[in-house]
Design a protein around this ligand. Structure first.
Ligand code: NAD
Length: 452
């Protein structure tokens, strides 16, 4: 164990220290998790459902505390942070209905009866990034626990506080000891042990594509199950027949929410050439209207970036492109960066091809539907995207043609816990949330019983 300072990104003040697990304490936690598995999977479905609902009630009762903790640790706006804690509650409630509905099949076969069971996997390792510490943790642990698995969860180095508190709430709600363990620590130590330890049967990894590839390669050595939620470079496609006022008014929030530190950020705006100038006229005041500042203030719409190092990485993109206009942000302490709009000279600029993960958006013109689709798909990523048009046929044609896991028409919403979420191409593998996510945490077992 070693101590690690946690910094408030809006003030640069150290707000606490957290003990980081080392490899030996991680192994010991995995072994305890494995020991807890046989009793947890044997908890009757109704009791497991009741415990998860009580856990959800605990999150709800502590929602404001969790939200304030996220504001302080991650610089999220208070309104976002409340939504994020509420999402953990909702996802727990949603999957609390699952243990009593984990129904197998009875398959007609000659000579006997054939039935299938959805068996839990064992210990599941959940590895979480810093950009949405609460929801991403919940999308992993809630269905994993509901299906009868035990969970070891590693928060990101920079943002461990809400996960630690959620682990305490789970215990207070009666989730048995060692069924959900929160292990703060470094990716190369704790995360790597999750990947390498043979008793961890599945990894749920959310983070960068580069680390995701290493995790997948490490899992291959054990044929370990893996779900990957990786980066994105998502297009916001605006056709000339769209409600241009609404498209321009909402576009800033489609990319600058969470200061652009969102795998679903619509960071490439593609606008049909005939309305390109008009769109920019409407877009500039909308960008200037984004309220950037103290994340604890109710009216704030965008907070700081997560760290000084991340801010200089984001700023680096502006050395190689043309800034059209920028909004405002506070001076002084805090890792501030203004909402920034770029008109790239070419689609090969890094700001167009790479995930910036900050409040920078590019705006590019296209000629027609096929041009828009080609530009949208000109990336190794495929997570989300938006399509703005009043033509229903076009909306569906383009939605089917864009290579991404989550698309929205006349909206920028990607995440609803009732519906599947995940990426294609190098944005990930597998789906979280929705009615089917539970099966990513079970194996189908087939049993034949001879009757002859
Ligand atoms: P990251 O890849 O640096 O780290 C993610 C997590 O992996 C952290 O907890 C880190 O400690 C851990 N880690 C690092 N090295 C590891 C290793 N060798 N083995 C195991 N674990 C290791 O990503 P980040 O900078 O924290 O997060 C930003 C990235 O996450 C962006 O690319 C973003 O697009 C992506 N993201 C994707 C989704 C999605 O659902 N698709 C959601 C949020 C964020």
């Amino acid at each position: 164990m070693s101590a690690h300072g946690v910094v408030n990104p809006a003030t640069e003040e150290v707000i606490g220290t957290v003990d980081l697990c080392d490899a030996a304490s991680t192994d010991a936690a995995i072994e305890r998790s494995h020991k807890a598995f046989s009793a947890w999977r044997a908890v009757s479905p109704g009791d497991r459902a009741r415990l998860l609902r009580r856990f959800a009630e605990g999150v709800d009762a502590n929602l404001e505390e969790l939200a304030q903790l996220e504001v302080a640790n991650s610089g999220h706006t208070i309104s976002n942070a409340r939504w994020e804690a509420g999402n953990v509650r909702d996802v727990l409630n949603y999957y609390a209905a699952a243990p009593e509905r984990l129904i197998g099949q009875q398959i007609p076969v000659p000579g006997g009866v054939d039935v299938t069971f959805h068996e839990p996997l064992g210990v599941v390792g959940v590895i979480v990034p810093w950009n949405f510490p609460m929801p991403i943790a919940g999308w992993g642990f809630a269905p994993a626990l509901a299906a009868g698995n035990t969970v070891v969860l590693k928060p990101a180095e920079l943002t461990p506080l809400t996960a630690i508190r959620i682990g305490e709430i789970a215990r207070e709600a009666g989730i048995p000891e060692d069924v959900l363990q929160i292990l703060p620590g470094r990716g190369a130590v704790v995360g790597q042990r999750f990947v390498d330890h043979p008793l961890v049967r599945k990894i749920v990894f959310t983070g960068s594509t580069a680390v995701g590839k290493q995790v997948m390669a490490g899992c291959a050595a054990h044929v370990k199950r893996v779900t990957l939620e990786l980066g994105g470079k998502n297009a916001n496609i605006i056709f000339a027949d769209a409600d241009l006022e609404r498209a321009a008014a909402t576009a800033p929030y489609g990319v600058f929410d969470n200061a652009g530190q969102d795998c679903c950020a619509r960071s490439r705006i593609l606008v049909q050439r005939s309305v390109f100038d008009r769109f920019l006229e409407l877009f500039e005041p909308a960008v200037n209207g984004v309220v950037v500042g103290d994340p604890a203030a109710e009216a704030t719409e965008m907070g700081p970036l997560i760290s000084a190092e991340h801010r200089s990485r984001v700023a680096g993109y502006l050395n190689e492109t043309t800034v059209a206009f920028q909004g405002d942000c506070p001076d002084g302490p805090g890792f501030w960066f203004p909402p920034t709009v770029v008109l790239p000279a070419s689609n090969s600029e890094r700001v167009v091809t790479e995930e910036v993960f900050g409040p920078i958006v590019t705006v590019t013109a296209f000629d027609d539907e096929s041009d828009a689709i080609a530009l949208a798909n000109d990336t190794e990523y495929g997570l989300s995207g938006s399509i703005w048009t009043t033509n229903v046929g076009r909306a569906l044609r383009v939605a089917r043609a864009v290579e991404a896991g989550n698309l929205s028409v006349n909206s920028h919403s990607s995440v609803r816990y009732w519906t599947p979420f995940g990426g294609v191409k190098q944005s990930g593998l597998g789906r979280e949330l929705g009615p089917d996510a539970l099966h990513a945490f079970t194996e189908t077992k087939n049993v034949f019983i001879a009757t002859d």
